[in-house]
Design a protein around this ligand. Structure first.
Ligand code: NCD
Length: 363
């Protein structure tokens, strides 16, 4: 698969439906907290700058919108005691997970995010469904929507499928990974984790290391980080990092040892062997030799370096156990922050509405 932006800018897609959402059974301001039996809390104010009803990619969001998502995630993380407790913000709503690829973190994280805010969930997996009887992707999605769902969360191997769903469905659509294109909530949770540790993204140097060619996580990080003022380096073997990224203003590097002393954050991406027809390097051993973060390489890094990975990690390939489990690793914090950014996205999207100057800003 060629490495490069896949042309999913919202400006290039057909206008989306601007039909109003189904009314909430209770609005956040009118919650009967006492009868819910859940702890009392003050619902956050809906931010003025948010209009969207879908979260499809980070390339199409403004810096202001990304900041709203991160700020809301931080607020909801605190309101839920670190994403552990329920608050009745979205009672009466339903989320459907529509996954056509495997997932551990993202699927469970979306489910938990919905449940933490009091919503119900419906779980769909392509295996064992009517897809095996010839039902199309769109018909499957419309069937699930007809069960009365407010959000469809979709993961699919084909780039652009969430954008297609956003045109066809009335409910909110969230992209949980479309091929090698984007994985916006992963990008957001990575950014939130960095911001919690560094207090900002502006002026930081973040290296995305590994299989850039097949990584939707890399693309969401690249667009999101750059919009918030970070310097982004994409690093890996030439077979997995296209020089074309340089034309788009990203730094391209092939020598990890050389860039380490300049980095504030390393995000180590898995080699997605399942997406290759043939191996992009002679052996895993050779890859690890040049790109695995290990104890020796850690000694070349800045003192406060953050070690991140979207997971799943392949121990001994892109990261050694001493680094994955070491003091600089924030990999499990990323998982917790995943619930926070998904809570934020769910809450913001159902409040999305028509822009007064005409058309939803998803267009
Ligand atoms: C990533 C994905 O599926 O894009 N994982 C994730 O969502 N946490 C990256 C990967 O599979 O390596």
């Amino acid at each position: 698969m060629p490495d490069g932006p896949l042309g999913m800018a919202p400006g290039r897609v057909k206008p989306l439906s601007t039909k109003p959402l189904t009314p909430m059974t209770t609005s956040p301001g009118e919650l009967s907290i006492a009868s819910s039996g859940l702890p009392e809390f003050s619902p956050p104010q809906r931010p003025a700058g948010w209009w969207r009803r879908h979260l499809l990619d980070l390339e199409g969001l403004t810096a202001e919108e990304i900041t709203i998502l991160l700020d809301t995630a931080q607020t909801l993380k605190e309101l839920t005691g670190g994403c552990r407790h329920k608050i009745p913000l979205l009672g009466g709503r339903t989320l459907a997970n529509l996954f056509f690829e495997n997932s551990t973190r993202t699927r469970n994280s979306f489910s938990l995010a919905a449940k933490r805010l009091g919503a119900d969930t419906v779980e769909f997996s392509s295996s064992g469904s009517s897809v095996s009887k010839g039902e199309t992707f769109i018909d499957t999605a419309k069937t699930i929507q007809a069960m009365g769902v407010d959000w469809v969360v979709t993961r699919h191997p084909a780039p652009g499928t969430p954008h297609q769903l956003a045109r066809e469905l009335e409910c909110c659509v969230l992209n949980a990974g479309d091929g090698a294109h984007e994985h916006p909530t992963q990008g957001l949770l990575d950014m939130l984790t960095v911001r919690q540790h560094r207090g900002r993204l502006d002026g930081l140097t973040v290296a995305l290391v590994g299989d850039i060619a097949h990584s939707r996580t890399a693309r969401s990080n690249m667009w999101g980080l750059r919009k918030l003022g970070a310097h982004v380096i994409v690093c890996g073997p030439a077979t997995l990092v296209s020089p074309r990224w340089e034309e788009l203003g990203f730094e391209v590097a092939h020598d990890l040892d050389e860039i380490l002393p300049r980095c504030d954050v390393l995000n180590l991406l898995r080699i997605q062997f399942e997406r290759f027809a043939s191996r992009p390097f002679p052996s895993v051993h050779e890859y690890a030799n040049r790109y695995a973060m290990n104890g020796r390489r850690m000694r070349r890094c800045r003192e406060g370096i953050l070690i991140m990975a979207p997971g799943p990690i392949n121990r001994g390939v892109e990261i050694t156990p001493e680094v994955a489990d070491g003091p600089h690793s924030v990999i499990l914090e990323q998982v917790t922050n995943g619930i926070a950014v998904r809570m934020a996205a769910l809450w913001l999207l159902v409040g999305g509405r028509e822009h007064p100057e005409g058309g939803a800003s998803d267009e």
